[in-house]
Design a protein around this ligand. Structure first.
Ligand SMILES: [Zn+2]
Length: 349
């Protein structure tokens, strides 16, 4: 079968090639790929900056934002042929740490977790893949191809859970939520906040293209320019840019008692912001919390399925701005200005 593989940490090694059929040891459920979303992590892995091949292998099958159709459900009875499924990305570490031991592999404490398509496990960019039934998530049939948005939605489902969990430390009735960054994660975060009935504001640099309209179509308000000119203090902020200056501004504009949830993974970026003790003093005096959120456990995958099932299909469809053939994976990985979510389509949903 065909797959997109690469040698981790070797830039330029990615290729669309024939590999053996998936090994039964990868799981009893055999799935035919429908689509795989592409994200910044994939771009980094292909650029040789990140990624680990499975033990004993030199190459890794790429892809962690999966959607597929069950071909052979195995013997558990949990699935039937034709079901649409997505594969959970992370697996608990083998020790396991206390968090992995209770199924919170997203909170793994020792870093020895593995991840499909990223860390020591083959991903989903192959014509067929196998998965353990307990790590396959059934997808609402009516979503069709849009089920490929499940994995990015799990990231915001967890982030939202973190925000609401932190909110419980005090009397907290949020009314306004700011999302920084109108990429797929930011737009899905805005969707979740709107589904909770909140007054949602989305900030991004761009002034045209599809993002402003997508935000307005949610019933949210779009902002560009400087965050300090926002005109109000958000009760909660979901930060999705990972950009230093945006993070510094987000922390500065959040309301007293407000929560900033960081989901972006960036680096560098000088801010000219205040010294750390001054920033800490401002946070102390205003009871602010900054919380980081990464990955997702099965509870978040389930929640994400609920979010997508409730969402307007037309709006979700506008997030998938480009579909490419697997053989053209290099084009899928090359960012274009109006891209939101680009997917490799292996077969019809
Ligand atoms: Zn762990």
């Amino acid at each position: 079968m065909k797959a997109i593989t690469l040698e981790p940490k070797a830039a330029g090694s990615a290729r669309f090639e024939d590999i053996p059929e998936p090994d039964l040891r990868e799981g009893s459920v055999l799935v035919e790929a429908v689509a795989v979303g592409v994200c910044g992590t994939d771009v980094e892995i292909v650029a040789g900056k990140y990624g680990w091949a499975p033990p004993g292998k030199s190459r890794l099958v790429l892809g962690h934002e999966s959607l597929g159709r069950v071909v052979d459900p195995g013997s558990t009875g949990a699935f039937k042929a034709g079901d649409l499924v997505a594969g959970i990305v992370r697996r608990p570490d083998p020790v396991p740490c206390s968090n992995c031991a209770v199924g919170e592999w997203d909170m793994c404490r020792n870093g020895q977790y593995t991840e499909r398509g990223i860390k020591s496990l083959d991903g989903f960019m192959s014509e067929r893949w196998r998965i353990e039934p307990e790590y396959a998530m059934k997808i609402d049939r009516s979503l069709g191809l849009l089920g490929v948005l499940l994995e990015p939605t799990t990231v915001v489902a967890k982030a939202w859970e973190q925000v609401t969990a932190v909110g419980q430390r005090a009397f907290w009735e949020p009314h306004t939520v700011l999302v920084t960054g109108a990429g797929p994660i930011g737009l899905l975060a805005a969707l979740v906040a709107r589904q909770h009935g909140l007054d949602v504001h989305v900030f991004d640099r761009v002034v045209d293209g599809p993002k402003p309209d997508l935000v307005r179509a949610l019933g949210a308000t779009y902002h560009s320019g400087a965050l300090k000119d926002l005109g109000f203090e958000p009760d909660g902020i979901v930060e999705c840019t990972g950009a230093g200056p945006v993070i510094a501004e987000a922390v500065a504009v959040v309301a007293p008692g407000g929560i900033v949830c960081l989901t972006g993974v960036g680096s560098g970026g000088r801010t000219g912001a205040m010294p750390i003790a001054d920033a800490a003093a401002a946070m102390v005096l205003r009871n602010n919390v900054i919380v980081g959120s990464v990955n997702a456990n099965k509870r978040h995958w389930f929640r994400a399925g609920q979010v997508l099932a409730r969402a307007d299909r037309g709006w979700l469809a506008r997030l998938v701005t480009r579909r490419e053939r697997p053989a053209d994976f290099a084009q899928a990985l090359a960012r274009r200005p109006d891209d939101i979510k680009v997917v490799l389509q292996f077969s019809e949903a």
